[in-house]
Design a protein around this ligand. Structure first.
Ligand SMILES: [Zn+2]
Length: 133
C-alpha cells in the first residue's frame, strides 16, 4: 500500500463520493480509460488542465500535442505538479505519473515525445478538468 503522505488526502469513501466510477477506477485504482474516449483529447483552446482530485494545475494547453495514441499527451507538466514512480505491473517496466498534491494516478510517461523534453506524458483525460484561459 502507498504510505506516501500527500498535501491533499481523502478517505476511500470520500474519493468515491467525489469521483465518478470511471474517474475512481483510473485515479485511485490505476486504471486506464478506453483510448479515444475522452473529449479532452480534442481540446485545442489555450488554457490549463487541472487535477480532478484536487484542482491543482497539472498541464498547460500549449504543451499538449497530438500523439495519435488516443490519450491526451503532453510534453511536460507544470513544474512540481506531477511525480513519477516505476510501475512494474502487467510485466512491463513503465514510468507511472501521479498528482503531487493528492496522489491520484494520471497516466504514464514515455520517452518518445517531441522536443524539447523528448517526453510524452500520456494522461487519462478523465483525471483532468480543462480551464480555458
Ligand atoms: Zn490532484
Amino acid at each position: 500500500m502507498d504510505t506516501h503522505t500527500y498535501p491533499v488526502t481523502r478517505t476511500d469513501a470520500e474519493w468515491r463520493a467525489k469521483l465518478t466510477p470511471e474517474q475512481y477506477a483510473v485515479m485511485r485504482g490505476h486504471g486506464t480509460e478506453r483510448p479515444g474516449s475522452c473529449a479532452l483529447l480534442y481540446e485545442k483552446r489555450a488554457g490549463t488542465f487541472t487535477c480532478v482530485g484536487c484542482d491543482q494545475p497539472l498541464f498547460e494547453a500549449k504543451l499538449k500535442f497530438e500523439s495519435g495514441t488516443g490519450w491526451p499527451s503532453f510534453n511536460d507538466p507544470v513544474e512540481g505538479s506531477v511525480e513519477t514512480t516505476v510501475d512494474r505491473s502487467y510485466g512491463m517496466v513503465r514510468t507511472e505519473c501521479h498528482c503531487a498534491r493528492c496522489g491520484s494516478h494520471l497516466g504514464h510517461v514515455f520517452e518518445d515525445g517531441p522536443p524539447p523534453t523528448g517526453l510524452r506524458y500520456c494522461i487519462n483525460g478523465v483525471a483532468l478538468n480543462f480551464q480555458p484561459a
